[in-house]
Design a protein around this ligand. Structure first.
Ligand SMILES: [Mn+2]
Length: 119
């Protein structure tokens, strides 16, 4: 896979150059959705970034332990971000109402493992 290092380098550059982040994922959150949002949020906070996580739907009780500090919140309109990162969402439709709340952003990064990803 020759293109992979180039993409990861672009993601790293984009992250380093951004200060404010919103991490979004798919509606009806499951384990890989919650885990990828919280894990990435903690890593970015460790770099001194300002990070919020949004999901349209509440985290199911069985996955609550993955987000003990309740980093994942309901979306709010009217905010802007240097960088929005979608995790575990194969298309923009999958993030539901969150999509219109993150329209005001400089950079959008899509990190996902679904073969059906629409990019
Ligand atoms: Mn998922």
């Amino acid at each position: 896979m020759k293109t992979h290092p180039k993409i990861i380098d672009r993601i790293i550059d984009g992250i380093l150059q951004s200060r404010t982040f919103c991490i979004i994922s798919h509606i009806r959150p499951d384990g890989d959705c919650v885990g990828s949002q919280v894990g990435l949020a903690l890593a970015l906070q460790g770099l001194g970034k300002r990070v919020i996580c949004w999901n349209e739907d509440s985290i199911p009780d069985k996955y609550r332990f993955l987000d003990p500090d309740r980093l994942i919140q309901k979306p709010k309109p009217g905010l802007e971000f240097d960088c929005v990162i979608a995790t575990d969402a194969a298309s923009l439709d999958r993030v539901g109402a969150v999509a219109k709340c993150v329209a005001n952003r400089k950079l959008f990064i899509n990190i996902d493992h679904h073969e059906s990803n629409t990019r």
